[in-house]
Design a protein around this ligand. Structure first.
Ligand code: AVJ
Length: 321
């Protein structure tokens, strides 16, 4: 094939929030009595790479447990999922997980969606070279508020792929809302989704507070991202990583805790944090299989199939109908 006939992925940058709206949302979160920042701001270019490193950690069981499930149950999945559909990868990141489905799913088109469009461009261009015949589209969009795919994502049945248990970043009520939108966006296809399950706290907590300190770096990097977004003067060394399982709400919570009294300034405002005051940066909900199945049905899916690893640590659901 001559270089001129090589297919190139197309990229569409969806209109997100205006910069001023992002700044207003972040500032409001910072001055709230219990300071809070959305976990989506963990994923700047460095944050996306640190997350990739997290998935390699011995303590971080979700990625490898899910990968083993997809590998072991590929024949069953191949028999159930519609062939030649559009594969929509939600939160594609490095696109690696979806590429492992290409062999048995035989998608007609691959649509990679991610909030970090720079990261997406390099990984999708690399993937296009490996699969020159596949029609690929990169979508830079934040689907956490609304999952409305543009017409360029194609007509006909879609397989929405939402692996890695990112659904855990939503509260259960928000998750139902998201799942309802996913069902509509599937256009008669379905949703293939990874869900992290409740397990002993001795397994859960180290997965979010690893010995190497990669998750701590991932969490603290949020401050550097914030400094660029709102012009604040956070110093990484003023903050400590904190992660624990909140059993009442069945979620891992990540926080940044001030290690001394800290004052932070940015154009238009400032905030004093007393020592041990915290910024809440992420929730990662853990489900019981039956409870997540109920959420899928609440969202309108009538058919669900689930696969779990022998230890019951992680689940993959195929939901349609
Ligand atoms: C990408 C949301 C699935 O909750 O396990 C990993 C993010 N945070 N370590 C998760 C994360 C800290 C991850 N998700």
């Amino acid at each position: 094939m001559s270089p001129s006939t090589l297919r190139q992925p197309r990229f569409i940058q969806m209109h997100g929030q205006e910069r001023a709206a992002v700044r207003a949302e972040l500032a409001a979160g910072l001055i709230a009595p219990q300071a809070i920042i959305s976990p989506k701001y963990l994923y700047d270019a460095l944050g996306s790479r640190l997350f990739d490193a997290i998935t390699e950690l011995p303590e971080y069981y979700p990625t490898r447990t899910e990968a083993a499930l997809f590998k072991e149950h590929a024949p069953a999945l191949a028999a159930l999922l519609p062939p030649h559909a559009t594969l929509v990868d939600l939160g594609a990141g490095n696109c690696e997980k979806a590429a492992r489905l290409f062999g048995w799913l035989q998608p007609a088109r691959y649509v990679a969606v991610d909030i970090s469009v720079d990261f997406l461009q390099s990984s999708l261009s690399c993937l296009q070279r490996q699969y020159p015949a596949l029609d690929m589209l990169g979508l830079g969009m934040d689907f956490s508020a609304a999952l409305t795919l543009p017409p360029e994502a194609g007509e006909g049945a879609r397989v929405l792929f939402y692996p890695g248990s990112s659904i855990g970043n939503f509260t259960p009520a928000q998750a139902v809302h998201f799942l309802r939108q996913a069902r509509a966006a599937a256009q008669g296809g379905g949703l293939l989704i990874g869900v992290d399950l409740v397990k002993p706290v001795e397994i859960l907590e180290p997965a979010y507070d690893d010995a190497l300190g990669v998750t701590a770096a991932f969490n603290k990097n949020l401050l550097l991202h914030l400094n660029r977004l709102i012009g604040s003067d956070f110093r990484v060394q003023d903050w400590a990583h904190q992660a624990y399982f909140n059993a009442t709400l069945s979620r891992i919570e990540m926080h940044l805790r001030a290690v001394r009294d800290v004052s932070v300034h940015w154009p238009g405002a400032q905030r004093q944090f007393r020592m041990s005051e915290r910024i809440h940066t992420e929730n990662s909900y853990k489900y019981r299989g039956a409870d997540f199945d109920a959420l899928l049905r609440q969202a309108g899916f009538s058919q669900t199939t689930v696969w779990q690893d022998p230890q019951g640590w992680f689940a993959v659901f195929w939901a349609h109908g």
